[in-house]
Design a protein around this ligand. Structure first.
Ligand code: UT7
Length: 334
């Protein structure tokens, strides 16, 4: 087995300026700050405004910040992967659009769609390329313009989601840092409980699909909640056990930010103190595959080389998974 490990060497992000708060939402649909805060834990979310502004606009800004922070030139990039459920368009891959926008000419680039587990799945994919020894600088972009697929007349989904983009750099190391272990799981029965039906080959866009609201997210919230709350905690505990990690060995849990109650339940099952859990759902809502790296970006200043960190997510599909890593550097890179 190769002794090369893949380590995150930088984090960039971009969040749009516009803040949609619960007060404004409660004037659009029959909801309240009290309901949203008590059932989900979200106060506000960011929305990308402007005509024809696709997710790549945000993704490119996140990559530009990452390149600057890591002092990397675009032509050093071997591979750029993009996890998203809101690509600019069905094809070409948004990864290619972002690469072009930031001036990356070489390497190869493609998208991965694993819904809210997109960062976990894509980081694992990138890890394999880096550990092969052939790829030295790999960027994982997780970018979502959820506002483009949310029905702002549906109170059961519109408070939940927000827009954001993130980018992390993955590089090889022979030190004992970086990704140590992972668990990734899927169960296709979940496809009936959280989806967007329209615009694919099953329901191509038509007047009828528009009239029937098929181009918006649909979720059976309580069923998704039931699976998320157990499965995210199951894999998080499993990865601790098989790496002989006790709660006191962990510096941070970085959970997917879909619902504060799911996050709390996961941390409790892991035996973690609340102050070791990164939580920013209150300010950004659920940004799908971007939530975990958005936390890393916000907490970067506090992170130290060698910190034991567990990342965990659950999402549509169903998809879920966890990564155990040792952080690669001290503080932020600016
Ligand atoms: O990130 C991908 C994975 N997704 C998740 O992990 C999400 C998992 N699910 C959840 O987080 C929760 O199920 C939701 C936050 C989506 C919903 O919370 P809930 O506690 O499961 O509520 P519910 O759907 O069971 O609805 C309870 C009540 C209903 O009213 P009745 O039928 O009891 O009269 C809803 O109509 O709350 C009502 N309701 C609302 N009321 C005010 C639903 N949405 C709202 C709202 N404001 N925005």
């Amino acid at each position: 087995m190769s002794n090369i490990k893949a380590v995150i060497t930088g984090v960039g992000a971009y969040v749009p300026e516009y803040v949609l708060n619960n007060h404004e939402l409660s004037q659009m649909v029959d909801t309240s700050d009290e309901w949203i805060m008590s059932r989900v834990g979200i106060k506000e979310r960011r929305i990308l405004k402007g005509e024809n502004q696709g997710v790549s606009v945000m993704g490119a800004k996140a990559v530009e910040e990452l390149l600057k922070k890591t002092n990397t030139s675009p032509d050093e990039i071997d591979l750029l992967l993009c996890s998203t459920v809101t690509p600019d368009m069905p094809f070409p891959p948004t990864a290619n659009i972002i690469a072009d926008k930031v001036g990356i000419k070489g390497g190869f680039h493609f998208d991965i769609n694993a819904a809210c587990s997109g960062f976990i799945y894509t980081l694992i994919t990138a890890q394999k390329f880096v550990e092969s020894g052939q790829y030295k600088k790999v960027i994982v972009v997780s970018a979502e313009k959820m506002s483009s697929i949310v029905d702002y007349t549906d109170r059961t989904t519109c408070p939940l989601f927000g827009d954001a983009a993130t980018a992390v750099m993955l590089e090889p190391t022979t030190e004992n840092i970086g990704i140590q272990d992972y668990i990734a799981r899927s169960d296709g029965m979940g496809r009936n409980h959280l989806y967007l039906q329209g615009g694919g080959s099953c329901f191509p866009a038509s007047h009828q699909t528009v009239d029937e609201g098929k181009h918006f997210i649909w979720q059976d919230g309580p069923t998704v909640f039931k699976h998320a709350v157990s499965k995210m905690a199951d894999v998080s505990v499993e990865i601790m056990e098989r790496n002989n990690l006790k709660a006191e060995d962990l510096s941070w849990l970085v959970p997917h930010q879909a619902n504060l109650r799911i996050i709390d339940a996961t941390a409790r099952r892991m035996g973690l103190d609340p102050e070791k859990v990164m939580i920013n759902i209150e300010r950004y809502g659920n940004t799908t595959s971007a939530t975990i790296p958005l936390c890393l970006w916000e907490w970067e200043k506090q992170l130290k080389k060698g910190d034991n960190i567990i990342l965990s997510a659950f999402g549509a599909g169903f998809t879920w998974g966890t990564i155990y890593l040792k952080w690669g550097y001290d503080g932020d890179k600016l």
